[in-house]
Design a binder for this molecule. Structure first.
Ligand code: F6R
Length: 369
């Protein structure tokens, strides 16, 4: 049932190109416009939405953080993202014009379920992004967009995360479409890029051997830091989470711009620091900033592990290890940049003799608080 792989996690990492393609299937028509039949919230209601609030836990929360960048950029609707466990215990400001998006692979996460119940009590519409047909969260939501990742068995989420991202992009584009915001050339281009992204994920998977080798060489380390900017910041958080849960190592993700506000004090000789570099095309300011961040940490002795787009030569002099990913539009980069981090964590777990599919103390579905 592991299809020739040693672990479900490896199989699920390998299934990502198909999971991404399946989640897009039938949702974008030949003219490039989006059809999301499962969204049973009328276009007129969506036009009234004045705020989007995303609630989720763990890896699904990281998908939500990335979604915020896409939603605000493509639709100009303010978007907040909150851990479901925090959201439900404060007094969030919601009303009939708020659209709440609950992201959950299992559809059974108690905190996310409680958050959506709270939102509906305030009169908000809830859209679930979920991987499990007929589970509780979609049953209690006003609308659902299923991710088509197929069953995810390994406790650590991989393919579900990539499909959550795809679903979030689709929702953002759809909101843009029904509201007529920026529904022009840019959006059409994104739709075309999305259609090609599964092939790009496949290409990343074909080049993972050096990442595995690197991971094995770091098995004796205690700490790994992850840095990113813009959508690379949630990717850094996700890379750190994967490493904690699988390799049981101290791992932290930071926004690279925060370095000087504290974290740079952690940098010491030979400390591995993974840096997710935004595309040098497009928003090049971001790229330049992160190149100087890499210089800063390297000057203090960090061992830099740089994830950068093919053709990005500016990072080469400062990268102790360089992991190449295909060029993608900035907002879609997490779909390719996360994959090496999953492979990295999985290989480190193996090298440290850990149980990859069933990490200690963790359950696949957290149905208690
Ligand atoms: C991490 C992981 C967890 C889940 C979280 C939410 O690899 O799997 O952090 O993402 O427990 O679970 P769902 O998506 O089922 O609500």
């Amino acid at each position: 049932e592991k299809g020739g792989y040693d672990y479900f996690m490896l199989k699920e990492i390998a299934e990502q190109p198909k999971a991404v393609a399946d989640t897009l299937l039938g949702r974008i028509d030949a003219s490039g416009s989006l059809t999301l039949d499962e969204v049973r919230i009328s276009a007129s209601e969506l036009r009234e939405v004045d705020k989007v609030v995303i609630v989720a836990c763990g890896t699904a929360f990281h998908a939500g953080l990335i979604a915020k960048y896409a939603i605000e950029h493509w639709t100009r609707i303010p978007c907040e993202v909150e851990l479901a466990s925090e959201f439900r215990y404060r007094d969030p400001i919601l009303d009939g014009r708020s659209l709440v998006i609950a992201i959950s692979q299992s559809g059974e996460t108690m905190d996310t379920l409680m958050a959506l119940r709270h939102a509906r009590e305030q009169g908000s519409k809830v859209l679930a992004i979920c991987n499990t047909n007929g589970s509780t969260i979609p049953r209690e939501s006003d609308a659902v967009l299923y991710t088509h990742a197929g069953p995810e068995v390994a406790v650590a989420s991989t393919k579900a995360f990539l499909t959550q991202l795809v679903a979030c992009y689709l929702v953002a584009l759809y909101l843009g479409q029904v509201r007529g915001t920026k529904w022009g050339d840019e959006i059409q281009a994104v739709v075309r890029d999305l259609a090609e992204i599964s092939g790009e994920v496949e290409r990343v998977l074909e080049t993972m051997e050096p990442v595995r080798e690197l991971a094995r060489s770091l098995a004796g380390k205690n700490t790994v830091l992850f840095l990113g900017r813009h959508v690379g910041y949630p990717v850094a958080l996700e890379g750190a989470l994967k490493l904690k849960e699988l390799a049981y190592m101290h791992a932290e993700g930071f926004a690279a711009g925060e370095l000087k506000h504290g974290p740079i004090a952690l940098i010491e000789a030979d400390l591995p620091v993974v840096v997710v570099v935004p595309s040098p095309r497009g928003r090049s300011v971001l790229h330049d900033k992160i190149v100087s961040n890499i210089q800063e940490i390297r000057a203090r002795g960090a061992r830099t592990i740089v994830i950068a787009e093919e053709g990005d030569e500016a990072v080469v002099p400062y990268a102790d290890h360089l992991i190449r990913i295909p060029a993608t539009p900035t907002l879609l980069q997490p779909l390719v940049a996360t994959v090496p981090l999953q492979v990295f964590a999985c290989e480190l777990a193996t090298a440290r003799g850990n149980e990859v599919d069933q990490p200690r103390n963790l359950a696949k579905s957290v149905t208690v608080e």
